[in-house]
Design a binder for this molecule. Structure first.
Ligand code: HEM
Length: 212
């Protein structure tokens, strides 16, 4: 790689990291909202109402959506560059979890914006689980959300691995695996609530019309 190309790749990597730190704050809080679903749909909605007072502020939301766009575009650039090399195990995990996360974010955020602007719905817990009420849609939504949470933690785990790797490879490995396993546990818990296994809920009829 020429020195100009490698400088550009390093700068893109740095920008990707800084945007990721900002987005992580929202995503961790957002996932805590999904975990609250274990206490029931009303608890999930009440907690979201509190969080919305911050992230639904127009300025905050514009910055959040812009950060997602920038992150996905930088991620595509880094993914295309990475295709030229044969990465290690953690390298592959990082690229594929990142690719899934990017695709998920584009679909997820578009669906939320469409729900709000196009369907005029309050995009709360019921909007997220409406698809779970239909067998075919459930076959899509169950793995879609389940893998998104795992992909998020895997991507963070890999980033932590590379930061620690140079000083202590064995600690790096343990920390990355711990983060990925934590993601799997969280994903199972959230999925059990969304699927209605750990809690009971009834989706209002206006959320179901999209699927009938
Ligand atoms: C089971 C997992 C998830 C569920 C059930 C879920 C559900 C939702 C819901 C209902 C909203 C609308 C919020 C509102 O109207 O205030 C939302 C927004 C959003 N979610 Fe998720 N989400 C999940 C996972 C994720 C993950 C893993 C990410 C990121 C990697 C993510 C990123 C976002 C973003 C960026 C928004 C848009 C916020 C906004 O501008 O209003 N979500 N999600």
């Amino acid at each position: 790689m020429s020195s100009t190309a490698s400088t550009l790749k390093a700068k893109v990597g740095m920008a990707h990291r800084w945007t990721a730190i900002f987005l992580c704050i929202f995503i961790v809080v957002h996932l805590s909202n999904q975990l609250v679903a274990l206490a029931g749909a009303e608890a999930h909605i009440a907690y979201m109402d509190v969080l919305r007072q911050v992230y639904r502020q127009p300025l905050v939301e514009v910055i959040l959506l812009a950060a997602i766009l920038v992150q996905v575009l930088l991620g595509i650039y880094l993914f295309i560059k990475a295709l030229k090399y044969s990465p290690s195990f953690f390298g592959k995990l990082q690229y594929f979890s990142g690719a899934y996360l990017g695709l998920f974010l584009v679909i997820h955020v578009s669906a939320i914006l469409y729900g709000r602007a196009g369907l005029g719905l309050d995009t709360n817990f019921y909007y997220a689980v409406a698809g779970y009420q239909f067998t075919l849609a459930r076959l899509f939504f169950a793995p879609y959300y389940f893998l998104a949470i795992i992909a998020f933690f895997t991507h963070i785990g890999c980033a932590v691995y590379w930061v620690k790797y140079k000083t202590n490879a064995s600690v790096a490995f343990k920390q990355a695996v711990t983060i990925i396993i934590a993601g799997m546990v969280i994903s199972v818990l959230v999925s059990s609530a969304l699927l209605g296994i750990s809690i009971r809920y009834e989706v209002p009829a206006n959320y179901l019309v999209n699927y009938i």
